[in-house]
Design a protein around this ligand. Structure first.
Ligand code: NDP
Length: 398
């Protein structure tokens, strides 16, 4: 018997809700809450099971506390925006409820995501006997768990990790982002950053790129970027010498992005317009398609995984662990595109790990700190099967 409160009724929230509803033995009662309650009701209407819905502005801890006191959940799954992370964690602390999210906090006025704000809650969660699980989507999330699985079963020491994130799908729109446009554009326009031999190295935004031939997808251009799981994996993977993150982008996407940046539409500082302050990126977000609206005619596949090299029994070893996900199949199952799906399914599995006690550690933790095996098994069972390829050194070079 367990009660889960899901906050955020966007692309990812829709998938988490569908997947929790498919597993009534673990998730006996579900409440979906978001800023716009009509979006929760629309998702609830797609389900075979009855769930509760609520309207909540999660920027204010007091609003979340009120909702938690009313619904009495065992766990809050936060799939709203990173801006709400700390307010929701405060509300969980005030009410004695466990917490899970898929994206780390960043302050609205500075495009800089970092775990430091949420890691600072560790002692308070521990003292309260609560667990907070951070970054439990695909990347961060499954990418971290792939590394933990490799560390447990394939390596004595991991030397290099390259996380490769490819979306080779087509939604038919001139320009759209697959998750929240504001968060997505803030992330992509940042400087690149990777970690090598104990030091962070920076690159100009999207300046380092190469072609990689993704299984089941084909050759795509991928770009080096900074991504939040690098920060925790550097701490938690033994013997690591280098870790990088790569994401594919099409020419059409990059051309639109360049123009929008050049004309100032990606700025996050307020500008005066007709006597009132407007943040250009927030205005742009209002014009772009919502991630939850892209699924219907989306075709093609994603391939996200980790290329890992290191040593086992004194010999060099290289493996590639990845998942391939089909946009159209996701639409058929839960009325979503594959980016929302690959994020929402791991969030549901993480919730399942916490509610069944398979993962239990008081404090605030990243997913690679737990036994990867039960999670990996559930990925296969709930729609995200994975493959481990053993490679020769030099094969499928990144
Ligand atoms: P969407 O924009 O589709 O959905 C966000 C939802 O949050 C919307 O329903 C929005 O409400 C709601 N929301 C925003 N502000 C508030 C608030 N103050 N109070 C309550 N609800 C609020 O985004 P996605 O579903 O695509 O992404 C959700 C999260 O998942 C993001 O944090 C994103 O970074 C993360 N993510 C993680 C990935 C991973 O692999 N780890 C990959 C993809 C996404 P409204 O509709 O009213 O605006």
């Amino acid at each position: 018997m367990s009660r889960v409160l899901i906050i955020g009724a966007g692309g990812v929230g829709g998938v988490v809700t569908h997947k929790c509803a498919q597993n009534p033995k673990v998730f006996t009662e579900i409440c979906l809450a978001s800023r716009t309650e009509s979006k929760c009701k629309a998702i609830a209407g797609q389900l075979k099971r009855k769930i509760q819905t609520a309207g909540v502005d999660a920027d204010e801890p007091a609003n979340v506390i009120r909702l938690i006191r009313k619904f009495k959940p065992d766990l809050v799954v936060n799939v709203a925006l990173p801006y709400q992370d700390l307010a929701i964690m405060d509300a969980c602390l005030a009410t004695g409820v466990n917490y899970l999210d898929t994206a780390n906090y960043e302050p609205p006025n500075k495009a800089k995501f970092e775990y430091k704000w949420q890691w600072a809650y560790r002692a308070r969660f521990k003292q309260a006997g609560l667990m907070g699980l951070l970054g439990c989507g695909f990347d961060p999330g499954v990418s971290n768990i792939f590394c933990a699985y490799a560390q447990k079963h394939y390596f004595d020491e991991i030397h290099t990790v390259d996380i490769l994130d490819c979306n080779a799908g087509s939604h038919g729109k001139a320009f759209a982002t697959n998750f929240n446009p504001e968060i997505n554009i803030r992330e992509i326009t940042q400087r690149g950053k990777y970690w090598e031999r104990g030091k962070w190295k920076e690159t100009d935004p999207l300046s380092v790129h190469q072609t990689f031939d993704f299984p089941e997808v084909g050759p795509k251009e991928m770009y080096l970027m900074y991504h939040e799981e690098l920060e925790s994996l550097v701490k938690n993977i033994k013997g690591l010498k280098r870790i990088r993150f790569w994401m594919t982008f099409g020419e059409q996407y990059l051309t639109h992005l360049r123009v929008l940046e050049n004309v100032g539409m990606t700025r996050i500082d307020p500008v005066m317009y007709e006597g009132r302050e407007v943040v250009p990126l927030k205005f742009l977000k209002a014009l772009l398609p919502e991630p939850s609206s892209l699924g219907k005619n989306y075709t093609g596949k994603t391939n996200i995984g980790c290329m890992i090299e290191g040593v086992k029994n004194g010999k060099p070893r290289k493996i590639y662990i990845y998942n391939v996900c089909d946009h159209a199949e996701c639409w058929k199952e839960v009325k979503a595109q594959a980016i929302s799906y690959t994020t929402g399914v791991p969030a549901m599995i993480g919730a399942m790990m916490m509610l069944t006690g398979a993962w239990r550690k008081e404090g605030v933790h990243n997913v690679e700190e737990f036994d990867p095996d039960p999670f990996m098994e559930k990925l296969n069972a709930h729609g995200l099967p994975w493959v481990v390829k053993t490679l020769r050194p030099g094969q499928m070079k990144v």
